[in-house]
Design a protein around this ligand. Structure first.
Ligand SMILES: Nc1ncnc2c1ncn2[C@@H]1O[C@H](COP(=O)(O)OP(=O)(O)O)[C@@H](O)[C@H]1O
Ligand SMILES: [Mg+2]
Length: 340
């Protein structure tokens, strides 16, 4: 590995951690899934999955999500994977600054000028402020600030609330301490799913001078408060011009040629204002330059892009070959920008 490479020690630590956590049942389930889908022998897939995980930094979910069962060695090597992404986060996201991204309240404070919406924090005695905020805006989104892995976002309508003291106490008890105004998305996004604010996930690397966009994924919801997969959401990758490269998919084996509720043909999607989006990502990437590798959730609104959150543990959104017919991933872009 070149001197600026990711280093053997963190890699070994990560692998050792993984080996301890291997859930044999889930590996078998995933292998059976891949075997049924691609007509391959299950034991061969199990061996291949373990081999890829141990020696090639391919997570089990990566193996399934990006159809490694049908890719050859050279094609597989073009794919970004979760273990590699985790190593990049460890190396390029300074631990002393990660808390800004981990805590949604702190994030909103530090990035407030890029949110373009109102927000407030619930405390022990501000029931009246919460009521005034919610009644003025009509609908609010509340968030549990730390570590809810895609489930800590909720939506309330002021008109449904009768007892404001009880509502306020409930927010405190459940830890829904951040309240935000609902983002108004661009009509091009509302055309696909009007009931959910559909975010664009832009994975980017700031090298100290320049911001590199590594991958762009467009998420779509199903009408719930959040577009995350835990709420039934799915995604498609976009090219640098913001065009969808194919149909949508999730990590649960669903493929969506059209949006199941609106009928919108996913591969016809075009994200508007791409030039503004690129400039916006460059601006937000400079706010905390110590955290260089980030998955930004943004929303294009009629007035331009706004920030939802930044994920220092960026995760991976990649092209799914069985859905798009394209057998190449984004790793070359990561390598070119980051130099590993
Ligand atoms: N202020 C908001 N207005 C409308 N929708 C929102 C708002 N904030 C978040 N969402 C929706 O909820 C999703 C999850 O929010 P986010 O803050 O990214 O939390 P997490 O990804 O940690 O669950 C977003 O992708 C978006 O669909
Ligand atoms: Mg998010």
């Amino acid at each position: 590995m070149p001197p600026q490479g990711l280093g053997l020690a963190p890699r070994l630590r990560y692998l050792a951690g993984r080996a301890r956590r291997i859930d044999v049942g889930s590996v078998l389930d995933r292998a059976k899934e891949a075997s049924a889908l691609h007509g391959k022998w299950t034991p061969a897939i199990v061996v291949d999955m373990l081999w890829q995980a141990g020696l090639r930094n391919v997570g089990f979910q990566d193996y399934i999500d990006y159809d490694f069962a049908i890719l050859n060695r050279a094609e597989r090597a073009t794919y970004m994977t979760h273990p590699v992404s985790n190593q990049l986060s460890q190396k390029y996201d300074d631990p002393a600054f990660r808390h800004i991204f981990q805590d949604k309240v702190e994030f909103d404070r530090v990035f407030s000028e890029h949110l373009h919406r109102e927000w407030m924090v619930v405390d022990d005695d501000n029931a009246d402020d919460v009521r005034a905020f919610a009644e003025r805006l009509g609908t609010i989104v509340t968030k549990e600030p730390v570590g809810q892995a895609g489930t800590g976002v909720h939506r309330y309508h002021a008109a449904d609330i009768e007892d404001w003291d009880a509502f306020h106490r409930g927010l405190l008890t459940r830890g829904e301490l951040l309240i935000e105004e609902v983002i108004l998305q661009h009509s091009a996004l509302a055309a696909v799913c009007p009931g959910t604010v559909n975010t664009t996930r832009i994975t980017a690397f700031f090298d100290g001078e320049k911001t590199h966009i590594l991958a762009i994924a467009q998420k779509f919801g199903r009408g719930a408060v959040s577009d995350q997969m835990t709420f039934g959401g799915f995604y498609t990758m976009l090219d640098d011009e913001g065009r969808a490269i194919g149909p949508g998919y999730d990590s649960h084996g669903h493929v969506h040629v059209t949006h199941p509720d609106s009928g919108f043909v996913i591969d016809q999607f075009q994200l508007p204002m791409m030039q503004e989006v690129r400039a916006f990502v460059d601006r937000v990437a400079r706010v905390v330059p110590q955290v260089q590798y980030v998955g930004w959730d943004i929303v294009v609104t009629p007035e331009g892009p706004v920030l939802v959150e930044g994920n220092w543990g960026a995760g991976v959104y990649e092209n799914k070959p069985s859905v798009t017919g394209i057998r190449t991933g984004h790793k070359a872009r990561y390598r070119a920008a980051i130099g590993f």
